[in-house]
Design a protein. Structure first.
Length: 367
């Protein structure tokens, strides 16, 4: 990468108000895409262009999108969100490219106007990350948990994001066009955004966290979230082992410690139950270790639970604690398996971090 990419004249944008291209990758999103598009068309400032990149959906996503003033790009084969975003990037002509996921809603009608202003007022930044609202769009304990803990993490004092949250982040087109795009070897929605964000950070680019810009999100149920957590934890550990670092908001060192001690606490609790039916000494030792690791877990997670109490969510503390421990155990299992089976050359390959060109034959229809 040339040194010129770090020059402010490349990433500063023009003196006029920046134009915004929006890219929305979607697969079978007929039930959620309309709410996203409604929040876009109801903005005070009209987007320069909106691309919905349909990753070979088998439902009525295209029909829903046809009712809105957007460009609907239908891919011929399913290639995953990384490929879908790359297709959109190659079509975009706005100064700023905003990535949001299907089902994510821009909470306030002046979001696009304020987003453009963030870029225009901060010529040295490459991108802007919005934050999640503390309440989800859908009902259920698990969606409330993920919305709350996500909001809490994003409200921590970091000024810049050292990863890239593709569900609600924007980047200057002049930056992304001068680097490798999203790595299409990640065919699922797992860590392609983290990998891209780390490369941005390594190049010296800054992603400003704009906490006044908020999206409302939908989240999976506990059952649906488990396979995603297993895959993402496995792949994130591979990235970490490849030499990547913790990020400033989500995959932080404290969250890693919290996850480890939460998993240990639940694991030793299970062993203590087993010891109850076998060896009483095992019961006592494992119960003691379980309690000790639970206290250490709370040391790292205590800020979140204090925040819950201060914000009138005390009734959720116990339920969220149980979910927190369960997720910690699931994540730790997957991450441990990733470490044990790690094979750098075979799994990640030498070409990781490079997107493949998209030919016109990959695009079935543009409407």
């Amino acid at each position: 990468m040339d040194d010129q990419l770090l020059d402010t004249d490349i990433i500063s944008g023009a003196s006029k108000a920046s134009t915004i291209s929006i890219i929305i990758p979607v697969f079978n999103g007929e039930d959620v895409i309309a709410s996203t598009l409604e929040s876009i068309v109801n903005q005070e400032v009209t987007a320069h262009e909106v691309f919905v990149v349909d990753d070979c959906s088998t439902d009525h996503t295209a029909k829903v999108c046809a009712a809105y003033p957007v460009t609907n790009i239908v891919l011929e084969t399913n290639g995953g969100p990384a490929k879908a975003r790359n297709v959109g990037v190659r079509q975009a002509t706005g100064d700023i490219i905003l990535f949001i996921d299907a089902g994510v809603v821009l909470r306030d009608p002046d979001t696009l106007k304020r987003l453009a202003k963030e870029f225009d007022d901060n010529p040295g930044i490459a991108g802007v990350a919005m934050i999640r609202d503390q309440d989800p769009l859908n009902d259920g304990l698990t969606p409330r948990y993920w919305a709350a803990i996500g909001y809490y993490q994003w409200m921590q004092p970091a000024k810049y994001h050292t990863s890239f949250a593709t569900e609600r982040s924007a980047i200057r087109r002049s930056v992304i066009e001068n680097m490798d795009l999203f790595d299409e070897q990640y065919a699922a929605a797992d860590v392609e955004d983290h990998e891209f964000g780390h490369r941005l950070s390594e190049l010296g680019h800054k992603i400003l966290i704009a906490r006044e810009l908020v999206t409302k999100d939908r989240f999976d149920t506990f059952k649906l979230s488990i396979p995603k957590m297993l895959m993402r934890s496995f792949m994130w550990m591979r990235l970490f082992l490849k030499g990547k670092t913790f990020d400033s908001v989500w995959n932080t060192k404290d969250r890693a410690y919290k996850t480890m001690f939460g998993a240990l606490s639940l694991g030793f609790l299970g062993l203590s139950v087993l010891g109850f039916f076998t060896f009483p000494t095992v019961l006592k030792v494992c119960a003691y270790i379980s309690a000790l690791t639970a206290f250490i877990f709370l040391y790292y997670a205590g800020g979140f639970y204090t925040w819950l109490v201060k914000n009138g969510k005390v009734h959720l503390v116990v339920q969220f604690f149980i979910l927190d421990i369960l997720y910690s155990f699931i994540i730790a299992l997957s991450a441990s398996w990733s470490m044990l089976t790690y094979n750098y050359d075979r799994i990640l390959g030498p070409s990781i971090g490079k997107s493949s060109p998209v030919s016109q034959t990959d695009i079935d229809k543009v409407s």
